[in-house]
Each structure stands twice: as C-alpha cells, then as structure tokens.
Design a protein around this ligand. Structure first.
Ligand code: CA
Length: 384
C-alpha cells in the first residue's frame, strides 16, 4: 500500500462566550485535521491539537510543507520509520512544539489506516485492551467575566455530577490565595468519593507553587497539574517531594526524549502526554514503556476535537494498570466540557457518555467516522 495524498484541514470557529484560564482568553475553538489517502482506498484521519491560543496555521503549514512531501509514496504500515524520518528531518527546527504537534496528527492518521486495512481497532494493534469502558473526568471550570466566584464553580461542579461525572478538574492559576480558597470551596461542595483535580497551566514560580502545595496538603485533591512551567524539571521534583497530592504534567512535554528527563529526575507522579501533540501513537507507546520502567502512572491529556478523543480512547484502552493488581489506579479520559461547536459533530457523535462511562469504539482504526461536511464547513479558508 502506498500513500498518495495528504490533505490538511485547519478548522476554526468563534465561540459564543469568551472564557479565560491562567494564560489568557479563549474566544474560538480550533484544530488541525489530517487526512491521509492511499492507493488501496483506505483513508486515515488524525488530529494535531491546537492548544488554548495556538493558531491553526502553524502545524497545518508544518504538515503541508514540511511533512507531506516526505510521506507521499511511502507505505503507511511503516509508521515507525515514517515517524523517525520526520522527526530527524525536522530536528534543526523541531524536537518539540509545532514540529511534534504536527507529526502527532500525521501519525494518528497512519494508525487509522492500518486499523482499517486490517479490520482491527487500534487498541488491538497496540497489544489489546485492558479495559473497554473508561471513566471520564470533566474538564471545565474556566472563568468568565461577570460571574461570582467560587459560587459559579460550585454550580458547575453540581452540573457535572448531574451529568454522571465522578471526577472533575478545575482551572486554577489565578493567584495563590484565590486558588487555595476556590479549590477548597469546590472540594467541600463535592461528595468525598468524587475526585477533584486542579490545573494551573504552568502559572507559577516555584515559591508560589510551594505555597499552594502546602495550602492543599490537608485536602484530597487527586492531582495538581502543571503548577509550574515544563522547563523547571528540578522544580517539579521538589514539588513532588513535598506534596501529599499527586503532581502531574505532560501536555507540554514532547517525545520520549524530553520525558526521559522527567523520569530520571522522578519529577512526576502522573504523566499526561497528549496523543495529538506529544507524538501520536508511535511515540506514546515508547513514552508508556518508559513510564512502566519508572513505575509511573499515565493519564493522557485531551483537549482536541472528537478525532483526538477517539485516538486517546484507543490508547487509554491499551495502557496497562501499573502494576496489575486487584484495585489498580486506572487511567481516566479527560473530557473537555468547555464550549466547543464541533467537538463531537466532527465524528458523527461517535463517542458517548453513558452511566458515567465512555465506551471505546470497537470499529476498525479509530472506530469513528469523520464527517467531511463538518471539515469543509469549519475550514479556515485563508489558512493555507
Ligand atoms: Ca492542562
């Protein structure tokens, strides 16, 4: 089989009500969908994540101009060779960020093709599903102008409970006192058996992060995510050594090479690579092997549209419990609940939350159908 064509869809749409998190304001939802066509009729889809304020043009251009010419004519089964080729060719201007973000979308599309060509869901290609039903956690709690806090956060927590969630993650990073006070208020409003996490998006210096860790050490916050920027490895190792709650990060850590440093420093309790940004299936498999060797939990990050969610579900199905035991800590699916006009439309609503669980699609490849009308509808015409 040979790849004949790569099509890139930079898609974007404004949202009705702007929201903000610790790094800025979000007034649109965007993504980059990759379509890989073969001479045998199989077409695969992947997604390169657009982080909070990332412009769609960036990874779209990388794929179109940087990678597509190197892939046409190649066999999609050779995804490891393709991954290493693209990574090595982009090394002088890559090694992370946009280069790996773009590569992730291409890689997911190749696995989708192999799944479709073999009639197998990707979790089978990865070695099998340890679980087919995944517990999702609701990500939301973004701030909006004009609302009263923490009251609005408590209201949102109750909405997630009503929708069947037993775990949720709130945005933080709005100041040490504000964070400690609002996180405690939401924690107190939730039943004890509901998991609460907090995500700071790297908003703090080490001293402020230390104060937050101490301020929450008597509370049951399942994990504290990205307290500090990802460049501060030693800072993470220090925070991990003083925190009673798990320390997590990973959406801004790219490839096995950068993760290696975090493992060697024993800097994280939970790693959170994003399949649509940290390296795709091919690289997350290798990061997972390192995580096992370093006895560290992996809970993948998800912020993309349905294509990315489908890829994450396939991968999470195949993440082994660490270690296998009667009551292991199972990986959860991050289920973004902020406003997103095409999140599930793009995969014809192929992912559903039922009885508090999300079932991994069992069809070939990603197990979902991509709606090309939606791709065309939201395509940013001026992008490429
Ligand atoms: Ca995050």
């Amino acid at each position: 089989m040979k790849i004949t064509e790569i099509n890139v869809y930079p898609i974007e749409t404004p949202i009705e009500q702007e929201f903000y998190y610790s790094m800025g304001y979000v007034d649109k939802r965007a993504s980059v969908i990759v379509e890989v066509v073969t001479d045998e009729g199989y077409v695969g889809y992947g997604e390169s994540l657009c982080h909070g304020q990332q412009p769609v043009e960036a990874s779209a251009a990388m794929i179109q101009y940087g990678y597509a010419p190197l892939i046409v004519g190649k066999d999609p089964f050779q995804r490891d060779i393709i991954w290493e080729t693209l990574y090595n060719r982009s090394r002088p201007y890559g090694q992370g960020g946009i280069a790996v973000n773009a590569l992730s979308g291409v890689d997911i599309a190749l696995w989708d093709i192999v799944g479709k060509a073999t009639g197998q869901p990707i979790y089978q290609l990865l070695g099998g599903a340890y679980r087919i039903e995944i517990t999702p956690y609701a990500t939301g709690f973004h701030r909006k102008e004009g609302l009263k806090y923490p009251e609005a956060l408590i209201e949102e927590a109750h909405r997630h409970l009503d929708n069947g969630f037993r775990a949720m993650k709130m945005k933080a990073g709005f100041g040490v006192e504000d964070d400690i006070q609002t996180i405690k208020a939401v924690r107190d409003a939730l039943p004890d058996d509901v998991r609460l996490m907090a995500d700071f998006n790297g908003a703090y210096d080490l001293g402020s992060a230390k104060r937050i860790v101490h301020g929450l050490n008597e509370d049951s916050i399942f994990f504290l995510e990205e307290l500090i920027p990802p460049e501060d490895l030693e800072g993470y190792a220090y925070l991990r050594s003083i925190s009673h709650n798990y320390i997590a990060a990973g959406e801004n850590i790219f490839t096995k090479i950068r993760y290696k440093d975090f493992f060697e420093k024993r800097a994280l309790d939970i790693i959170q690579p994003d399949i649509s940004s940290s390296g795709g299936f091919t690289e997350l498999k290798k990061i997972l092997a390192l995580a096992q060797a370093y006895n560290t939990l992996m809970f993948p990050h998800v912020w993309g549209s349905g294509v990315s969610m489908a890829a994450a579900l396939q991968f999470i199905a195949a993440v082994p419990p660490m270690p296998i035991s009667i009551h292991p800590l199972e990986p959860m699916l991050e289920y973004d609940h902020a406003q997103h006009p095409f999140r599930l439309d793009i995969i014809c609503n192929g992912i559903r939350l039922e009885n508090g669980k999300v079932t991994v699609p069992s069809g070939p490849g990603l197990g979902v159908t991509v709606d090309k009308d939606i791709l065309e509808h939201y395509r940013k015409k001026s992008a490429l």
